[in-house]
Design a binder for this molecule. Structure first.
Ligand code: ZN
Length: 428
């Protein structure tokens, strides 16, 4: 017996980046968690199925945050008068050290998951810390939440402060134990290989992580070409490398399995060519890039060159868990790139930013981020009545929500067809 749900409302999604697909007062038929069809009229065969009528509300795909550090949630907004590397040493590493305390980890992780749920993030790619037990707790909390996520412990065994360092063998052993514990346990929550970045990884660690990624067919996430002094550091460590990305590639961590690389602000044409060849995702985190003064990612170049692009909050360098704010920031940053390039790099349209936050990032999970047939039904129900715009076209109502809306407008969240309630209501 198939599980069929029917929802009614104003349906908006982006099949393609350049335009919103809209259906006023339409029906979305969900069968076993996936979209069967969106239609204007309901076929008689569904006459005995109850309809969840959301009336004039908007039904849009859930948002996908493809780069965030759950362990940095509490210290968002701190040290934002610094650049990346000094900030890591003065703020991030000392904060991450606190996570060996399981109680501290539990409270912070519950608050983080509540916050992303509140903001309409239905799937995310999440970093814990190097600590195994607290990161397993983070995975368990995600499993309880009903949200989708890739989650892993971070690996870092070189050039780190003594209080946040691990030896190579235990780093690899613990990662493998974690993979064996969680791989195949859930369709929604899965492990991902997570070297912090090249400068904090020994060659043995990178080799070992690549082997694990291959052995268990696990995707990879890391950072790439975020900051000029970081790039110089990589060049010092690997003087013969062509670029930063080619160092990951040397170790088999650059698209050999599905790969997310956050930032890519300063990726040159050779690095981008390799990304395209390997299908490596560039995860643009505009709020973080502004906060750390890392630079303006020329997102149009990546899109024009056919590199898969997604968006991320980069909590805690990004100050907000809201993917709405990230979309707006991405559009604003693309306008700076447009001005900087003598108007050669066309800025993002609102539908393109929405596409990146839904189907763009969602494609890393499979068929996620759209309401086309066969896509998992991840959705937000948006009550935009406070804007008094029900007579406006849906294309304008979604723009208004992106720019002026927030979590207060989101009344329900669905992941893979299931309604997801607030995960940990008493934790804040
Ligand atoms: Zn990051």
């Amino acid at each position: 017996m198939k599980d069929i749900k029917i929802l009614k409302g104003n349906i908006i999604y982006t099949e393609m980046p350049d335009t919103f697909t809209t259906l006023k007062n339409g029906y979305v038929i969900v069968e076993d968690g996936a979209v069967k069809e969106c239609c204007e009229y309901l076929s008689k065969k569904y006459k005995n199925i109850p309809i969840t009528d959301y009336k004039d509300k908007l039904i849009i795909p859930g948002l996908n945050d493809m780069h965030c550090h759950a362990s940095q949630f509490k210290h968002t907004g701190l040290g934002m008068d610094k650049e990346l590397v000094p900030w890591l040493f003065s703020h991030t590493f000392p904060e991450e050290k606190r996570f060996k305390d399981l109680k501290y980890a539990e409270q912070t992780y519950k608050n983080f998951i509540n916050e992303i749920w509140k903001n309409g993030t239905t799937r995310s790619s999440v970093w814990g810390t190097l600590h195994k037990e607290p990161t397993e707790l983070l995975i368990d909390l995600f499993l309880k939440s009903g949200l989708g996520a890739y989650v892993s412990k971070v690996n870092m065994d070189a050039n780190t402060p003594e209080f946040l360092d691990e030896d190579t063998d235990s780093s690899l052993r613990e990662t493998e134990e974690m993979i064996e514990k969680y791989l195949g346990k859930s369709q929604l929550v899965k492990p991902i290989i997570t070297p912090r970045f090249i400068p904090t990884s020994s060659k043995e660690l990178l080799k070992g992580l690549s082997k694990l990624s291959e052995k268990y067919s696990i995707p990879v996430q890391s950072h790439l070409s975020e900051n000029l002094s970081e790039i110089d550091w990589v060049k010092e460590l690997y003087p013969n490398s062509e670029n930063y990305g080619s160092v990951y590639d040397l170790f088999g961590l650059f698209g050999q399995r599905p790969t997310l690389m956050a930032h890519c602000i300063h990726s040159d044409i050779e690095e981008r060519t390799l990304m395209k060849k390997r299908g490596v995702f560039a995860v643009h985190c505009p709020t973080s890039n502004l906060n750390l003064g890392s630079g303006i990612m020329p997102i149009r170049k990546f899109m024009d060159e056919g590199i898969p692009v997604a968006l991320g909050t980069d909590i805690g360098a990004g100050e907000t868990c809201s993917m709405l704010r990230v979309m707006v920031s991405a559009i604003q940053m693309s306008k700076l790139a447009w001005m900087d390039s003598d108007k050669k790099l066309k800025f993002l349209s609102t539908s393109e930013a929405f596409y990146l936050a839904t189907k763009g990032g969602g494609s890393f999970f499979g068929k996620v981020g759209s309401f086309e047939k066969g896509y998992e039904f991840d959705a937000l129900i948006v009550d935009d009545s406070c804007f008094d715009m029900s007579s406006y076209p849906l294309e304008q109502r979604i723009q208004k929500f992106i720019y002026n809306g927030d979590d207060r407008n989101i009344i329900h969240r669905y992941v893979s067809g299931d309604l997801v309630k607030e995960p940990f209501p008493k934790s804040i």
